[in-house]
Design a protein. Sequence first.
Length: 439
Amino acid sequence: MTHQDVEILGVGAGPANLALAVALEELAPDLAARTLLVEQSAGTVWQRGLLIPWAQSQVSFLKDLATLRNPCSRFTFVNYLHQTGRLDAFMSLGTFTPYRSEISDYLRWVAEELAQVRIHYNRRAVEVRPVRDAAGRLTHWEAGFADGATARARHLVLGTGRDPRIPEVFRGLPADRVVHSSEYSEQIAALPGDAPRRIAVIGGAQSALEMVQAVREDLPGCEPVLVVRGIGLTPYVSSKFTSRFYSVDASREFYEMDAAARELVLEEMARSNYAGVTPELLDGLYHQMYRDRLAGKDALRILTATEVVAAAHTDGTVVLTLRDRLTGELSELACDRVLLGTGYEPRMPAAVRRLQAALGLAELEVSRNYRVRTAEADIGRLYLQGVNEATHGIADSLLSTMASRAGDIVADLLPQAERPRPAGEGARATPWTSHDCAR
Ligand SMILES: Cc1cc2nc3c(=O)[nH]c(=O)nc-3n(C[C@H](O)[C@H](O)[C@H](O)COP(=O)(O)OP(=O)(O)OC[C@H]3O[C@@H](n4cnc5c(N)ncnc54)[C@H](O)[C@@H]3O)c2cc1C
C-alpha cells in the first residue's frame, strides 16, 4: 500500500492549504518539494455544496491566494483571468466579486499550476496521530487514509474547514431527508425527477436564502417553506468603515487584544458575516415573491419568529413541530426534505479536538503564526487554518487573510535567518479607533 514520507503534510486542498502551497513555492521551494496535500474529493472545487451558477463571492478578487502577500505572484486571480483569456471581459463586468464558480475554477487552476507541492486527490485522512520518541518528545505525525495509504510527516497543517452545524432536533431524522447546505448541490441533483417536493428550508441567513432560490429552479413546482427564528430577514450589517476589520493588520491587532476586547469586537462584527443576507439576494427574493403574488400564486411561504422544537419521520414524510416565538403557539409542518441553512460550528472541528486529546492538551492555544503550542518548539509542529476566529478575528474562516496567513506559516516553518519579511511590515499601522481611509 502507498506510503509517503514528507516534511509537511497538509490535510485538505481547499483555499487555505492551496494558499500555503503557493507561499511555499514562492518563499521556500525546498520545503515545497517536500510537501504533500491530501484532498478527499476528486478535484479542487470551492463550496461544492452550494456552487449555484448565479452565486457570487462576497469578498474582493484581490483577496485571492497570493495578492495581499505578493501582488507580483503568478498565482493571482488577475493572472488566472489573463491566462484563461477573460481579463478584458471580467473588467467589463465592473465587479470586485466574481461568480463563486469562477473562484472555484481559479482554485483548480492554482492547484494545476503548482510546480513542486504535490496534491493527492481522493485521499481522505481518517486518522492522524502524533508520534513520540523514547523520551516522550513529539517527533512527527502519522496519517492513515480511507484508501489504505499512509503518510509520515514532520509537520502537519490542517486546512479541512469547519464542521457543519446540525441542530440537535434534526439529528434523529434519516440522513436522506435532511440536507445541510454543504451538501445541497449533490443531494438535490441526485433526487429522481418525480421525487415529492414539499421542502422546508431552515434558517434566515445567506445559505438558507440561496437554497430557497436554488430549489425553486432545481425542483420546478416545489413548495418551499422558509422557517426563520428571527422576526424578519435582514441584510449583513457592514460598511466601508467596518471592512477594515477583515484586513491582515486587523487580524494581527486582534491577536494582541485581551479576551474581553476580542469578545466585544467579535460581537459587534458578527452581523457583518453571520445571520445576514446580501442586499441583492434579499431584494431579488422580495421581487420574486411580489411577482408570484401578481401572478396569483404564493409559491414561497416564510414563517418568521418560528423555531423547530421537534422533528419526526413517518411513512416517508417528515413532520416538524413549530413554535411561534411570539405567541408560543405550536403547529405542524409536513415535508419531504428539510434543507438546513444552519451554518457551521463555531467551536474547533471534531478532528482538531481529537488531536488535542491525543496531544494531552487541556487547552488548545494557537500562536500568532497559527501553530498549536506544544512542549516541543521545533519538531512535530501542528498548524490550524480557518478555525481560529476566537484568536485571529472575524476574517479567519474567509479568503480575506489567507494569502498573508500562508506567508506567516511559511515564515514560522523556516529558520530565523531564512524568514521573509512579513507582508505589510513597515507600512503605517492604523489603530483600531481610527476611521480614516488612508489605506
Ligand atoms: C456557501 C459558502 C460561501 C462562502 N463564500 C465565501 C466568500 O464569498 N468569501 C469568503 O471569503 N469566504 C466564503 N466562504 C467561507 C469559506 O469557508 C472560505 O472561503 C474557504 O472556503 C475556507 O477555506 P478552507 O480551505 O479553510 O476550507 P474549505 O474550503 O472547507 O476546504 C477544506 C478542504 O478540505 C477537504 N477535507 C476535509 N476533510 C478532509 C479529510 N479528512 N481528508 C482530506 N481532505 C479533507 C475538503 O474536501 C475541502 O476541499 C463561504 C462559505 C460557504 C459555506
